[in-house]
Write a protein that binds this ligand. Structure first.
Ligand SMILES: Nc1ncnc2c1ncn2[C@@H]1O[C@H](COP(=O)(O)OP(=O)(O)OP(=O)(O)O)[C@@H](O)[C@H]1O
Length: 308
């Protein structure tokens, strides 16, 4: 119980002009913490909306907790928790009223399932008489999570729960998800933040409606082809120009204060050859070091390959 499967799910908008979800297939195991990782417009919300039965797919099938998203939509609505990307709470109701409202909607009470939300609710309880519209971003997020959990769902869908939330609250939020996972709830979370991918057990990288890769974060990183280098010099602008003119280089892009550079072929001499090339070009303060790719590097690499 609690698994999710998608088979060739496709969704278009504007009479087929916008292909938002393109033949997407994957499955999520019961009790898994699964991340859908991709930039704005990648198709994450459309997938979540189909799985929570608020949107119909054009093609393909999907099941949630064993139920079909079309035939058994009512059962799914009763068993899943959904925290939509944009703030879904009633701004003019207080914290307590919002929670009571969602509990009543599902024919339950706050008391009945309090154990599940206790950890999270205790943090916002001092503000229970405050209107939701007057809460900080982090507190709104916690309240929305409590509301999505109050009927004890078997599967929880969280659409970009940390977008627009400060770094400390983001960290707290992921700690909360880990604790929820321990209670056996299957969690699907979408995020545009690549650093959050490593906090999931498995991830699907998605871009323009297509899944680029599905695996554990570790395996996604390990499947990066070849060696990646971080390169720096005093004139980063000139560095980028010179590197882009070097035909042995496959890709280069700014990453913090460095450029991340990969080569068409790994011959074990690339760092040395690049160093000589940059010295010839009269660069100063040159640094070339091999590095372990991040999820973002792998994402960029897969995206470039797809575009080619
Ligand atoms: N109702 C709609 N009508 C037309 N196009 C839409 C509609 N909803 C989404 N789209 C388009 O479908 C594509 C996928 O959007 P979707 O919202 O599913 O992506 P997302 O990854 O959740 O991104 P975001 O965080 O921006 O919502 C985008 O190109 C988007 O502009």
């Amino acid at each position: 119980m609690g698994g999710v499967t998608l088979m060739n799910l496709t969704k278009t908008y504007d009479s087929g002009k916008v292909l938002a979800v393109d033949e997407v297939s994957f499955s999520v195991e019961p009790g898994e913490l699964f991340g859908l990782i991709g930039p704005d417009g990648a198709g994450k919300t459309s997938i979540f909306r189909i799985l929570t039965t608020v949107l119909l797919a054009d093609k393909g099938t999907a099941t949630v907790d064993g139920y079909d998203v079309v035939k058994d939509y009512q059962a799914i609505r009763n068993t899943v928790g959904y925290m939509p990307g944009r703030f879904s709470l009633y701004q003019d109701l207080t914290v307590e009223e919002n929670l009571t409202f969602f509990a009543t909607l599902f024919g339950t009470t706050i008391q009945k399932n309090y154990a599940l939300i206790k950890d999270i609710y205790e943090q916002i309880e001092p503000f229970k008489k405050r209107r939701a519209g007057k809460l900080s971003g982090g507190m709104k997020q916690k309240l929305a999570l409590c509301c999505a959990l109050i009927h004890k769902p078997t599967v929880l869908f969280l659409d970009e729960p940390t977008t627009g939330v400060d770094v400390v609250s983001r960290k707290e939020f992921w700690d909360m998800l880990k604790r929820l996972k321990q209670q056996g709830i299957t969690i699907l979370v979408s995020t545009p933040y690549m650093d959050e991918a490593t906090l999931c057990e498995r991830i699907a990288l998605i871009q323009t409606g297509k899944i680029l890769s599905i695996d554990t974060p570790e395996n996604v990183i390990n499947s990066y082809p070849g060696q990646l280098f971080a390169v720096k010099a005093d004139s980063i602008h000139q560095l980028l120009n010179d590197i882009r003119q070097n035909s042995s280089i496959r890709s280069s892009y700014a990453f913090g204060e460095y450029l991340h550079v990969s080569f068409r072929q790994d011959n074990g001499q690339n760092a040395q050859t690049l160093l000589q090339y940059l010295e010839q070009k009269k660069h100063t303060g040159i640094e070339v070091k091999p590095i372990r790719p991040t999820i973002e590097d792998r994402f960029i690499e897969l995206m470039t390959k797809q575009a080619d």
